[in-house]
Design a protein around this ligand. Structure first.
Ligand code: FBP
Length: 552
């Protein structure tokens, strides 16, 4: 098969490992801390996770471990949306497993958790792994969003894992998938089976993070890819001087991607959903904020600019949030009834009887093409698929309407021509940056060591990520430590808490200090493409978010 020159050269890249994982694999041991607690709802979680709750933090150190070197069968699952670096997590697990015992075997369940339920897997041989080292994508085994939820699905998981003689399963996924990993770990022990489950923090959204998970893999590469594209658009806007570009960015509920891209490119406006929620900003207030920049720049004859919009914005604007939550509940509570309504008008009159008058009025006031997007199928975890809602277009149409009013009042004298963009899929399978390449390999290698150490219900973790890779601190974090109870599908469920942008955090504060100047002046930055070879200050920088979060 013909491959690109970069792919060929990337095959030869040797990912860096922290000192604790370098050298002889038989010289790695685990250090344990104190027992841990969940972030809230401790008693309820203790009851749900009877065997796995409250385990101690683990870090890798030099030493020996009884389980290292045993012949093992391990399987892995790629779960949810693609994120750059997934193949290197797999390469890290594979290399650890084979170094410890060449007779051990690694399997990949095909197309996400569904592969485990349907017993569809392949053995990941050295030959296959070599083809995917240091590359983007999840195409080695595919991914999927099936949730393991029903008693039958848990039973099928156990049956298939036992049939393959597995010692452990590694689930590479985001908050929902790692919640699933925790539940599966608990279930296997409950059933008296010694099958360990280890998670790995994946998601471009950057919202699976906390004190122990500094960032999820893929965030670095995805943000750098989007920032390159945004920078190119900024330069085009500044060259043509005729368009306002409204760019929606992936990231689900959290605005980490939008914030990081804003820090990298300095657009005129970047909306941060978490601020919208904290300040209870209505849709009208958001439109006014954007129009303010447009009007002021028009006064200087600058009828162009760039606006960044996080895709989850709709879930944070108070009136939209209320509407979505009511829609989620009625759609989950009356699934069959709702599915039988085929026309928008039918859905509208059905909803009038089911949701509050305020929400109905707001829903009905939206242009039907946007309103329909709020009724699209929820994902298997019950989330609205915000990537399907064309917020950038909705904002453009509302800004246009507001500007024509301002024109009539005589307060706006410019020209407004807008283009909408959505960046998401462009960044999820990019060649991983050097950071993601090394980080993912370490996560995978670490996941194997956690398995060899006999742990279950843990997520592989790497800390001190702004330092040189040799000084990274790797280990395992008990999944229950990151959990709380949340309303899902109409009832309280244990879930890993999503990390949203902190308004008191350094990344947001750094942005907030500069945004008024960016709104007025053309201050664009053009980061250019990810560089893989060259000086470390060009190739090995982490995200600005990570750097700023490390400054205490
Ligand atoms: P994960 O949470 O699974 O990592 O997904 C990330 C993401 O890219 C979101 O940013 C986006 O909203 C969603 O996936 C899109 O989903 P899909 O891949 O199903 O279109």
């Amino acid at each position: 098969m013909e491959i690109s020159i970069l792919q060929k050269v990337r095959y030869t890249y040797k990912p860096k490992l922290p000192a604790s994982l370098s050298g002889d694999i038989r010289d790695i041991a685990l250090n344990f801390g104190e027992p841990t607690e969940a972030i809230s709802d401790q008693e309820a979680l203790k009851d749900i996770f009877k065997h796995t709750y409250g385990k101690p933090l683990a870090t890798f150190t030099k030493g020996t471990m009884a389980g290292m070197g045993a012949e093992l069968k391990v399987a892995l699952i790629l779960s949810g949306g693609q994120a750059p670096g997934g193949h290197n997590v797999i390469a890290g697990i594979f290399d650890g497993l084979k170094k410890a015992n060449p007779a051990s075997k690694l399997y990949g369940y095909l197309e996400g958790p569904a592969g485990l339920l349907e017993n569809k897997y392949i053995e990941l041989t050295g030959e296959i792994i070599e083809e995917y080292r240091n590359t983007g994508g999840f195409d080695i085994i595919g991914s999927g969003r099936t949730k393991i939820e029903s008693p039958e699905q848990f039973a099928a998981s156990l049956k298939n894992a036992k049939a393959l003689g597995l010692k452990a399963i590694v689930i590479i996924g985001g908050d929902d998938s790692n919640t699933n990993a925790a539940l599966l770990a608990e279930y296997f022990i409950e059933k008296g089976e010694d099958i360990q489950v280890i998670g790995c923090p994946k998601t471009i959204d950057g919202d699976l993070k906390n004190e122990h998970i500094e960032t999820s893999f893929g965030f670095d590469t995805a943000c750098k890819t989007y920032s390159e594209l945004i920078g190119n658009i900024c330069r085009d806007a500044n060259s043509a001087k005729k368009y306002w570009h409204f760019i929606k960015l992936m990231g689900r509920a959290a605005s980490h991607i939008a914030l990081e891209c804003a820090l990298q490119t300095q657009p005129n406006v970047c909306i941060i959903s978490e601020e919208v929620e904290a300040k209870k900003m209505s849709l009208e207030a958001i439109i006014n904020q954007i129009c303010d920049s447009i009007v002021k720049r028009a006064d200087k004859n600058e009828n162009f600019g760039v606006v960044l919009i996080p895709e989850g914005l709709v879930e944070f604007v108070p009136e939209m949030k209320k509407l979505i939550s009511e829609l989620n509940d009625v759609m989950a509570g009356h699934e069959a009834e709702f599915a039988a309504l085929h026309f928008f008008e039918e859905q509208l009159s059905w909803l009038q009887k089911k949701i509050s008058a305020d929400s109905y009025q707001f829903f009905n006031s939206m242009p039907p093409q946007f309103a329909k997007e709020f009724l699209a199928d929820r994902d298997p975890h019950g989330n609205v698929q915000v990537s399907l809602i064309e917020t950038e277009k909705l904002l453009i149409s509302m800004v246009k309407a507001r500007l024509s009013m301002l024109k009539q009042e005589g307060t706006y004298k410019g020209r407004f021509s807008a283009l909408g963009h959505f960046f998401g899929y462009e960044g999820r399978c990019a060649f991983p940056s050097n950071f993601d390449t090394d980080y993912c390999y370490t996560l995978g290698y670490g996941a194997f060591v956690l398995i060899a150490g006999g742990l279950t219900g843990y997520i592989s973790s790497v800390k001190n990520l702004v330092a040189d890779a040799k000084d990274w601190v790797a280990g395992g974090v008990p999944l229950t430590m990151m959990m709380n109870l949340e309303q899902r599908h109409g009832s309280k469920k244990p879930v890993i808490r999503k990390a949203l942008v902190e308004l008191e955090g350094a990344p947001f504060k750094t942005f907030a200090r500069q945004r008024d100047a960016w709104a007025l002046e053309t201050s664009f930055h053009y980061p250019g493409a990810i560089q893989y070879y060259g000086p470390p200050e060009v190739c090995d920088q982490t995200t600005k978010t990570l750097q700023l979060e490390h400054i205490k």
